[in-house]
Design a protein around this ligand. Structure first.
Ligand code: 13P
Ligand code: SF4
Length: 322
C-alpha cells in the first residue's frame, strides 16, 4: 500500500449540517462520492453511487468528476486511481486496508508465480496495486466465474488472493486452479453451527451468502453472489425473511429498499461484532467531510506500477462486458 499524503493536522469545527456541507463541497470540487455497501449508513446516504467492487470500478472508469471521494477501503480507492492517474482520489482514512490485500505481498507472490510459470494469473480486485501489476486479469466476486469461463479449457490458472472465492469459482466452472491461501477476516468469522441454529429458529428464511465465506457456510446458502447480486436477489425473491452472510453494512440498503422484508445478520463464531469489517468502518462521515474540505488524504501510486496495473483492470472491464 502506498501511503504518502497525510491527514490534515488541525481539523476545523464540524458544520451543523454535515450532509448539506458535503453536498456543497461536491459542487465546489466537482467531486463524486463512491461508496461500498459495507460503509456506515450515513456515508451510504451521502454517496452519489453505492455498489460492489465491479460497479465501483465501472463508475470510476466512466466518471467525468475532477475529484473521486472513495468511501471504501484502500485497494478500491487505489483501483480508482489506477483508472484515473490524473484525478485526485481521496480516501477518508488511509488506514482502511483489507486482510486479503495484506495476505499477498509482492516478493512472496513473485516466488509463487515463478513456481507456476505457465499459468495465467487472475487476481481478485481485493489486492494491492503491486499485485495487480503482477497479474494478467483482475476479477471481482461478481464476474470471477464469467471471466474464468472465457479462458481456453487447457489454460492453467493461478487465482489469488482469496482461497474461498477461488474454491467457489473452481466448483462453479469445474476448472482446477492454483490458489493463493488468503482469506477475509470478516467472511471467515461466520459460524456454520450458529447459522443452522438460526435457520431452525426461522425455517422460512432464505440464506444468502458472499462467496468469500467458507465452504461450510456456502453449502447452506440458497443464493451466493457479490454484494450487488445479494441485494438484487432479496428484491426478486418471493421470500420475506433472509439471513445475510456478509458484512451487515449491506442491510442498510436492503432495509431501505424493502422495508416490508426482514434481514437477519448471520452470526459470527464469537460473541462480538466481528462480522463488521474493521477496515471499512474506519471511514466516518466526519472524516469524509474533512477529506473533501482539505483535499487530503489522497491516494498515490508510482507511475510505473499504475501503468502495469491498468492493463489487467481494463481486461476485466472488457471481458465483463462480453
Ligand atoms: P463485492 O462488493 O465486490 O461483493 O466485495 C465484497 C467485499 O468484501 C469487498 O471488500
Ligand atoms: Fe477486505 Fe473482508 Fe473487509 Fe472486504 S470485508 S475489505 S475482503 S477484510
Amino acid at each position: 500500500m502506498f501511503v504518502t499524503a497525510s491527514a490534515p493536522t488541525s481539523k476545523t469545527a464540524l458544520p451543523k449540517d454535515l450532509f448539506g456541507a458535503i453536498e456543497m463541497l461536491k459542487k465546489d470540487l466537482n467531486a463524486v462520492v463512491l461508496a461500498h455497501y459495507y460503509q456506515d449508513p450515513d456515508i451510504q446516504d451521502v454517496a452519489d453511487y453505492i455498489g460492489d467492487s465491479l460497479g465501483l470500478s465501472q463508475q470510476a472508469a466512466s466518471t467525468d468528476a475532477d475529484v473521486i471521494v472513495f468511501a471504501g477501503v484502500h485497494f478500491m480507492a487505489e483501483t480508482a486511481k489506477i483508472l484515473n492517474p490524473n484525478k485526485l482520489v481521496l480516501l477518508p482514512d488511509l488506514a482502511a486496508g483489507c486482510s486479503l490485500a495484506d495476505s499477498c505481498l509482492p516478493d512472496d507472490f513473485a516466488k509463487f508465480k515463478a513456481a507456476h510459470p505457465d499459468h495465467v494469473v487472475i487476481s481478485y480486485i481485493n489486492c494491492t496495486a503491486e499485485i495487480k501489476a503482477m497479474s494478467d486479469i483482475i476479477c471481482t466476486s461478481s464476474n470471477a466465474v464469467k471471466l474464468v469461463n472465457q479462458l481456453p479449457a487447457e489454460q492453467k490458472i493461478i487465482f489469488a488472493p482469496d482461497r474461498n472465492l477461488g474454491r467457489y469459482v473452481m466448483a462453479q466452472t469445474g476448472r482446477e486452479m492454483v490458489l493463493w491461501q488468503g482469506s477475509c477476516i470478516v467472511h471467515e468469522t461466520f459460524s456454520e453451527k450458529k447459522l443452522l441454529q438460526l435457520k431452525m429458529e426461522y425455517p422460512d428464511a432464505e440464506i444468502v451468502a458472499h462467496p468469500e465465506c467458507e465452504a461450510g457456510v456456502l453449502r447452506h446458502a440458497d443464493f451466493i453472489g457479490s454484494t450487488t447480486a445479494l441485494l438484487t436477489y432479496v428484491q426478486i425473491s418471493v421470500c420475506d425473511r433472509f439471513i445475510i452472510a456478509t458484512e451487515p453494512g449491506i442491510i442498510h440498503q436492503m432495509q431501505k429498499q424493502l422495508p416490508q422484508k426482514h434481514f437477519i445478520p448471520a452470526p459470527p463464531e464469537a460473541n462480538c461484532a466481528c462480522n463488521e469489517c474493521p477496515y471499512m468502518r474506519l471511514n466516518t462521515l466526519e472524516k469524509l467531510y474533512w477529506a473533501m474540505q482539505s483535499k487530503t488524504p489522497a491516494v498515490t501510486i508510482p507511475s510505473e506500477i499504475q501503468q502495469r496495473a491498468l492493463a489487467p483492470i481494463q481486461r476485466m472491464l472488457e471481458m465483463s462486458a462480453r
